[in-house]
Ligand binder design. Sequence first.
Ligand code: PAF
Length: 295
Amino acid sequence: MRVVRTIADLRPLLRSLKEAGKRIGFVPTMGFLHEGHGALIRQSAARCDATVVSIFVNPTQFGPGEDLVNYPRDLERDQNLCLEADASVLFLPEVSEVYPTGFQTHIEPGPLAEPLCGRFRPGHFRGVATVVAKFFNIVQPDLAFFGQKDFQQTVVIRRMARDLNLPVEIMVVPTVRESDGLALSSRNAHLGEAGRRRALCLSAGLMAAKAAFDQGQRDAARLLEIARVPLSGVDSLQYLELVDAHHLEPIQGAVDRTAALCVAAYVGSTRLIDNVVLAPSAVEGLNVSLSPQSA
Ligand code: PAF
């Protein structure tokens, strides 16, 4: 695995791979990697000839008072995980490499960035879209891999790639969970033992609603009620919403199309998100979580 810190060093490496006809996969991350990232890297390695992983804690997607400064970091462990998951190139740019002095051009996502997390994190998806577009231009991957845990992020990025005709296929990989249901997240590192137990309320709420859905419950309000019961254990529930999986509009009445039940909540001072896809038919479900997404 090659470790590269500058765009100038990365470009010739990628050019030679492209010239040799290699298919390039890309996994953008902010580091403090876990098995969820491992799954993305492995998927990429299985489908592509070379996998580029970036580790970059992107300042433009953090709002004032968010956890940019305390974002957990462990480069040595990250490098080992990338190696084990079969990454070919690890790209570790400095902030000044990605945002040099004078930088002033951003990607402004549309209405898909407004509900859910967008309501509570103004500017977040503008920062995500901008850095992801930059990385797509730098790496020029054939396929890029994102985790379903950041559901709204996958929808915003897929839309951006289409709207800007970026020649990359967006692949969404299912959320990896601990055996007790907790979705893997770099932010779980901030939870103590008691916090971790309370964090289970998120997946418990989602799984309760999914079980009811699988048994035939289709009423959106009832599904939300079911999910809300275990969620009483969190410190503050930011949102719990059942939305159309493609347009992110709230579903009223019967769930008659693929939906995402999405939650954001605080456990102590740690903000956690999670979601589950509810697909009326198995085929639709696969479209949302395993393959290139279609709008
Ligand atoms: O999902 C993340 O870790 C980040 O939002 C991403 C896609 C790496 C952009 O900074």
